[in-house]
Design a binder for this molecule. Structure first.
Ligand code: BGC
Length: 735
C-alpha cells in the first residue's frame, strides 16, 4: 500500500488531484455546489470591515474590488447596451488601446424595440452576453429602459421606446439572454432619466400614477421576471433626492416592494453624499471625476463617498454594520452568480453567429415608413445608375453617442452594402453634406464647404436613374448623444434643404435615415419611399440592402410616435417647466399621457403613429373574438383572429392589441397597448392568432390606495396593425 507521503508525491508528480480530508475543509464560499446564500454568509464571516467597504466603491474607472486574500475576484463592468466597449485606462476615459477588444456592434436598443419581437431580444441578449463573457466581464452596463418622453432626449436611442408594455416584453428576454452567459445585466438608468439637459441635478416631479403606470413597469418586469442581477441609479433627482441614493426608489420600491436581491450601482459620478449613499439603497459607487492614479490626484477612489468616509462612519459607530453587511452580501451574491459560478459557460467574441444575429435583428428592425407606387424593393439590374447621397452612407455610426460608443471589429456601411449588392459600376457616391467629427460634449462643425457639397450632390442626382439618400442624425453632440438633448425636431446639417433640392432634379428618391428619435419631414409629400434605418451596428449596410433589394421583407414597427411638430407631444405641450425645466425642477404635466397616449387622447394626427410600419406584402385581419364577454378582475382574456398574408411575398406582421376604457373614475389614455404578436406568414398563408391578456393588466395605479386597481365595467379591445390602424374591436365587461 502506498504511504500517504508517496501517494501525495506521486499524484503531485502526475498532476492529479486527489481527495483528502483536507478538501472537506474547503471553505463553503469556494464550494460551487453549495447554495449561493450559504456561500455569501460564509464569505462575509471571513471578511474584515475594510474588505467589506472595499467592495462598495470603484477602484478603477470600470472595476471595484473583490477580496484578493480570499480569491474572490474584482467586479469588472463594461458599457454598453449594444456592444461590449473597448478596455479603458485604469482611471481615465481613454481607450487602453488593446489589440484584442474590437467587438461586434449590434443594433441600438430603439432598433431592437422596433422588431416587436421578444425572440430578437433574447438572441440579442445571448449574443452580447457571450461577447461580455469572453471579455471576462462581471457586468454589462445595459440595457436601458427609460421611457421615450421627449423626441429631443439625446439618449433615446439607448432605450426601448415610449410604451411601458413594449419595453417590458423586450427587456425581459434580453436580460435572461445576457445572464444565461454568467454575466449580470445592469439595467439602467433607474429612474426618470428622461432628458440630458441638467441631468445631474434636475428634480423630476410627477404623479404616482405616471411613475407606476409609465416610467416603472419596464424596470419592474426586468427585476421580477427578468431577474436582473444589477441596476444602475440615474443621475437626476426624484422628489428631492438623487436617484443613486433615493430612499423611495431604491429601498422602498426596488428592494422592498419588488424584492430585488441584486446590486445597485451608481451611475458614474452620480453619488453626492455619504449619509444618503449608506442609507438609501446604493451598493457600489462608481465614478467619473477621478483623475490621478488610484489614490492620488483629484478625488481619488479612497475619497469616494462609500470609501474612507463610509469606513470611518462605521468605525465611529455612525453607520450600522448591518448596512454594510447588506451591501457586501449583495455584491458577493453578484460575484457568486457570475464569475464564481460553476455554471458560467464560455463566451465567444466576434463570431460568425454574432454577425448573423446582428444582421437578423437589424433586418427585423428597419421600418418602412412610405412606399408609393412600389418604389421599393429595388431589384438588382433595374436601375443602371444609382446615386448614393448623404454622409451616413459612408460614415461610421458605431462611434459617437457618448458611453455607448464602440470599437468594432468591422462595420459594413450602407455604401458598401449598396455597392456589393448592385455592383460598384452602377453606383456613384456624393457626400451631399458634412457634419464634422464626433466629439463628446462639443460641437465641431465640418470645415468642408456646404454649398459645394450640395452642388456636387445635385449634379450626381440629375444624371442618376435612382437616388438613395442616406442621412439622418449621427450621434454627434446634440444629434443622439449623451449629455446633450437635441435642439429641434428637424434633421441637422442642412439635410432638409438638400433632400428638397435633390427631389427637384430627380423623382426617384428613396430617403433612408438613421435616428434614435422622431424627426420632421418637410419633404415627405414629394418623397416616394422613406426608410428608418436606426443605428444598426456592424451589419448595418448588409441589413439595409437586404431590405432595399427585397431579399428581406421589412417588418419593423415604430416603438415611438412621430409627431408633426414638437408641441404635439405631451412633454412639449406645456411651458418650459414641463420640459426641460428650470435646471432645478421639471414637472411632467402631461402625466400618464406619454407618446401615443397623448396624441390619441387629444386627437392629434401624428406624422407616423406608434406601432406603424409597412411591408412589401399586405395583411388581412378577420374580425377578432374574445373567449368570453364577461371576465373577472383576476381572469385572463383570450382574443383570437385570423391573420392572412394577402399579398405576393412572404412577410411578418406585428399585430397589436390595445384596451380602451371610456367611462372611468380617473383619466385614462384613449388606448393602451396590452399585447402584441409578430407572425411570419408565407404569401397567401393564414394563421389563427391568439393573444392572452391578463385582466390585471387593465389596472390603473390608485394613488389614494398606493396600489393597482382594476376598475369593473366595459372595456373595448382594439386590434390593430398600428396604434391608429384599428382592424377590429371586441367589447368585454369586467366584473
Ligand atoms: C452613463 C452610463 C454609463 C457610464 C459608464 C455614464 O455617463 O450615464 O450609462 O454606463 O457613464 O460609461
Amino acid at each position: 500500500m502506498l504511504t500517504f507521503k508517496t501517494k501525495l508525491l506521486s499524484s503531485l508528480l502526475l498532476g492529479i488531484a486527489f481527495t483528502t480530508s483536507a478538501q472537506n475543509s474547503t471553505p463553503v464560499y469556494l464550494n460551487v455546489n453549495k447554495p449561493i446564500e450559504e456561500r455569501v454568509e460564509n464569505a462575509l464571516s471571513l471578511m474584515t470591515t475594510e474588505e467589506k467597504v472595499a467592495l462598495c466603491h470603484a477602484q478603477s474607472k470600470f472595476s471595484s474590488k473583490g477580496v484578493a486574500r480570499l480569491g474572490i475576484p474584482d467586479v469588472w463592468s463594461s458599457d454598453g447596451s449594444h456592444g461590449v466597449s473597448d478596455e479603458k485606462l485604469w482611471d481615465e476615459w481613454s481607450s487602453a488601446q488593446w489589440a484584442n477588444d474590437s467587438c461586434t456592434a449590434f443594433p441600438a436598443l430603439t432598433a431592437l424595440a422596433a422588431t416587436f419581437n421578444p425572440e430578437m431580444a433574447s438572441l440579442f441578449g445571448k449574443s452580447i452576453g457571450e461577447e461580455a463573457r469572453h471579455r471576462e466581464k462581471t457586468m454589462l452596463l445595459g440595457p436601458g429602459v427609460n421611457i421615450y418622453r421627449s423626441p429631443l432626449n439625446g439618449r433615446n436611442f439607448e432605450y426601448m421606446g415610449e410604451d411601458p408594455y413594449l419595453a417590458s416584453r423586450m427587456v425581459v428576454p434580453y436580460i435572461q439572454g445576457v445572464q444565461s452567459c454568467g454575466v449580470a445585466a445592469c439595467l439602467k438608468h433607474f429612474a426618470l432619466n428622461n432628458q440630458e439637459i441638467s441631468r445631474g441635478e434636475i428634480n423630476v416631479n410627477l404623479s404616482d400614477r405616471a411613475l407606476h403606470e409609465i416610467y416603472l413597469p419596464a424596470f419592474k418586469a426586468a427585476v421580477q421576471e427578468g431577474k436582473a442581477w444589477s441596476i444602475m441609479g440615474a443621475y437626476n433627482k426624484f422628489r428631492g433626492e438623487h436617484c443613486c441614493h433615493n430612499d423611495l426608489l431604491l429601498n422602498r420600491i426596488l428592494k422592498q416592494d419588488w424584492n430585488f436581491d441584486g446590486v445597485v450601482v451608481s451611475d458614474w459620478g452620480g453619488v453626492h453624499n455619504t449619509d444618503e449613499a449608506v442609507n438609501n439603497g446604493l451598493d457600489i459607487e462608481m465614478g467619473t471625476y477621478t483623475n490621478g492614479l488610484t489614490t492620488q490626484g483629484h478625488f481619488p477612489f479612497s475619497s469616494y463617498y462609500l470609501a474612507n468616509p463610509f469606513l470611518k462612519g462605521i468605525k465611529d459607530g455612525k453607520y450600522d454594520m448591518a448596512k454594510l453587511d447588506d451591501k457586501a452580501r449583495r455584491i458577493l451574491r453578484l460575484i457568486f452568480r457570475t464569475t464564481m459560478s460553476a455554471n458560467r459557460p464560455f463566451g465567444r467574441f466576434v463570431s460568425p453567429e454574432h454577425s448573423a444575429a446582428a444582421r437578423k435583428i437589424a433586418q427585423e428592425a428597419i421600418v418602412l415608413l412610405k412606399n408609393d407606387k412600389n418604389m421599393l424593393p429595388i431589384p438588382v439590374g433595374k436601375y443602371k445608375k444609382i446615386a448614393v447621397i448623404g454622409e451616413n452612407a459612408s460614415r461610421s455610426l458605431v462611434v459617437g453617442g457618448g458611453s455607448t460608443a464602440l470599437k468594432v471589429a468591422y462595420e459594413v456601411t450602407p455604401l458598401q452594402g449598396i455597392m456589393s449588392k448592385y455592383g460598384k459600376e452602377h453606383v456613384v457616391y456624393s457626400m451631399g453634406y458634412a457634419s464634422g467629427p464626433s466629439l463628446y460634449g462639443a460641437e465641431a462643425p465640418s470645415k468642408l464647404n456646404a454649398d459645394s457639397l450640395q452642388k456636387a450632390a445635385i449634379e450626381v442626382a440629375k444624371s442618376a436613374d435612382l437616388v438613395i439618400y442616406v442621412g439622418g442624425l449621427n450621434k454627434n453632440y446634440y444629434q443622439d448623444c449623451e449629455s446633450g438633448d437635441r435642439k429641434s425636431l428637424s434633421l441637422p446639417f442642412g439635410e432638409d434643404k438638400l433632400i428638397t433640392s435633390i427631389e427637384q432634379v430627380n423623382k426617384n428618391v428613396v430617403v433612408v435615415f438613421s435616428s434614435g428619435n422622431a424627426i420632421t419631414m418637410p419633404w415627405l409629400d414629394k418623397t416616394p419611399a422613406v426608410v428608418l434605418s436606426w443605428y444598426l451596428g456592424s451589419e448595418a449596410g448588409n441589413a439595409l440592402v437586404d431590405v432595399l433589394s427585397g431579399d428581406v421583407n421589412p417588418s419593423g414597427k415604430l416603438p415611438f410616435s412621430f409627431p408633426k411638430k414638437l408641441t404635439d407631444i405631451g412633454a412639449h405641450a406645456f411651458d418650459k417647466m414641463c420640459y426641460p425645466g428650470d435646471s432645478v425642477n421639471v414637472y411632467y404635466k402631461e402625466d400618464i399621457l406619454v407618446g401615443y397616449r397623448w396624441l390619441d387622447t387629444k386627437k392629434i394626427e401624428p406624422l407616423f403613429p406608434f406601432g406603424f410600419g409597412l411591408s412589401y406584402t399586405t395583411f388581412a385581419y378577420s374580425k377578432p373574438a374574445a373567449d368570453k364577454t364577461e371576465v373577472a378582475t383576476d381572469g385572463i382574456l383570450k382574443v383570437s383572429f385570423v391573420l392572412t398574408n394577402s399579398g405576393k411575398v412572404d412577410g411578418a406582421e406585428s399585430a397589436q392589441l390595445y384596451i380602451s376604457k371610456q367611462k372611468s373614475a380617473v383619466t385614462r389614455a384613449a388606448k393602451e397597448l396590452k399585447a402584441f404578436k409578430k407572425v411570419f406568414l408565407k404569401a397567401g398563408e393564414s394563421q389563427t392568432v391568439t393573444m392572452a391578456v391578463p385582466v390585471s393588466s387593465f389596472a390603473y395605479y390608485n394613488e389614494a390606495k398606493y396600489g393597482w386597481e382594476v376598475e369593473p365595467g366595459n372595456y373595448t379591445l382594439l386590434l390593430g396593425s398600428s396604434s391608429r390602424d384599428v382592424k377590429g374591436k371586441v367589447e368585454v365587461t369586467v366584473k
